[in-house]
Design a protein around this ligand. Structure first.
Ligand SMILES: NC(=O)c1ccc[n+]([C@@H]2O[C@H](COP(=O)([O-])OP(=O)(O)OC[C@H]3O[C@@H](n4cnc5c(N)ncnc54)[C@H](OP(=O)(O)O)[C@@H]3O)[C@@H](O)[C@H]2O)c1
Length: 287
C-alpha cells in the first residue's frame, strides 16, 4: 500500500475535488479537517492548533497545502507547518495560493510562497483565479437561492473564473510528474466574464432569473460586518474586488491547456452541470 498524500482544507470546494481526483488516479489520501469524522480517511487538523499538525503530516510523502480562505494570518502560521513538513521527511509540497500573488509578494500568500520556495523542500505553487464553484457551492449561493441576485462590488470588471476541477486536475498532474515540480502555475479559465454575463449564464442554465447587482464597496463592508465577518477578512475581500473592478482578474493564461492537453472548463459547461444548485429554495440552502 502506498503512503498517503495529505490534503489540507480537504472538506472545502477545492480540497474535496483534489481528494476525489487523487483517489481516481490511484493515490491514497489523508483528509485534514477540524471535523475528520465527516470525511473518509479524515485526520483531525486545525490551523489554529499546531499540536494537531504532526500526526497529520507523519508518513505523508506529498502534501497539498492551502491556507484558510481569506486568512490574513497565513504568513504567521503556514511557515511553521512548512518547517514541520521538512522535519517529517515530506518530499514535495504543492501550495495552492491565488492568482496575482506574484505581484503582491508582501501579502500573506506571497510571503508563504516565498517561504516555501526557500524551505529546502521540493515545492510547486498553483495560483488559481476565482472559482466558478463560489456560485454553486460557496458563499454566493445563499443570495442566489433566496433572491436570485449576485450582489458584489465587482463593477463591470471581468474575471477569468476557473473550475476547481481544472485546478485539481493540475494538482494531480504535478503530484504525478516530477518534471512539473519547482514551478508556479497561474490558473485561469480562457473566457473572462463580467458578473452580468455570469448571471445570464446561471439564468440560461437554471431557467430561473438571476441578476447581478453591482454594489458599492461601502455596501459590501456593511453587509460583511452585519454577517459577523472579521475585519481583516473583510478588508482582504475588498482588496480582491478592487482588483476585479480594475480588470486585473480578467487576465488569462494557457497553463491548463499546456499541462492537461485540453481547454479549461467553460462557464457555460459549469453552469449546465450545476443548474440544480440555483433551482433550490433558500430554505434548502440554509438547512
Ligand atoms: N474560492 C475561491 O474563489 C478561491 C480562489 C483562489 C484561491 N482560493 C483559496 O483556495 C483555498 C480553498 O478555498 P475553498 O474556496 O475551496 O474553501 P472553502 O470551500 O471555503 O472551505 C474552507 C476550508 O477551510 C478549512 N478550514 C477553515 N478553518 C480551518 C482551520 N482553522 N483549520 C483547518 N482548516 C480550516 C475548512 O475545513 P474544515 O471546516 O473541514 O476544518 C474547509 O475545508 C483557500 O486558501 C482560498 O483562499 C479560493
Amino acid at each position: 500500500m502506498t503512503d498517503p498524500v495529505l490534503v489540507t482544507c480537504a472538506s472545502g470546494k477545492l480540497g474535496r475535488e483534489v481528494v476525489r481526483q487523487l483517489r481516481a488516479a490511484g493515490y491514497r489520501v489523508r483528509c485534514a479537517s477540524r471535523n475528520p469524522e465527516r470525511l473518509e480517511d479524515g485526520v483531525r487538523f486545525d490551523w489554529t492548533n499546531p499540536l494537531s499538525w504532526r500526526p497529520a503530516v507523519m508518513g505523508a510523502p506529498q502534501v497539498f497545502l492551502t491556507a484558510r480562505p481569506l486568512d490574513i494570518a497565513a504568513a504567521a502560521i503556514l511557515p511553521d507547518f512548512i518547517d514541520l513538513c521538512r522535519e517529517a521527511g515530506v518530499q514535495h509540497v504543492i501550495f495552492s495560493s491565488a492568482l496575482g500573488t506574484d505581484v503582491q509578494p508582501a501579502g500573506p500568500l506571497g510571503l508563504v510562497e516565498s517561504y516555501l520556495r526557500h524551505s529546502g523542500l521540493t515545492w510547486s505553487i498553483l495560483r488559481p483565479n476565482f472559482f466558478m464553484e463560489n456560485f454553486s457551492h460557496g458563499w454566493l449561493l445563499p443570495d442566489i437561492a433566496a433572491h436570485g441576485t449576485i450582489s458584489l462590488p465587482a463593477g463591470s470588471g471581468r474575471t477569468s473564473f476557473i473550475s476547481v476541477r481544472d485546478v485539481a486536475a493540475v494538482a494531480v498532474a504535478v503530484f504525478s510528474e516530477p518534471d512539473l515540480r519547482g514551478h508556479a502555475y497561474d490558473l485561469t479559465g480562457d473566457d473572462p466574464m463580467s458578473h452580468t454575463a455570469v448571471a445570464a449564464a446561471l439564468t440560461r442554465a437554471s431557467q430561473r432569473p438571476v441578476n447581478y447587482h453591482p454594489i458599492e464597496p461601502s455596501q459590501m463592508r456593511e453587509k460583511g460586518r452585519r454577517a459577523g465577518m472579521p475585519g481583516g477578512q473583510l478588508e482582504y475581500l475588498m482588496v480582491m474586488y478592487r482588483q476585479v473592478r480594475a480588470g486585473k482578474s480578467a487576465k488569462t493564461y494557457n497553463t491548463v491547456a499546456k499541462l492537461l492537453g485540453r481547454k479549461p472548463t467553460s462557464f457555460e459547461a459549469f453552469a449546465e452541470e450545476n443548474a440544480a444548485a440555483w433551482r433550490v429554495s433558500a430554505d434548502a440552502v440554509r438547512s
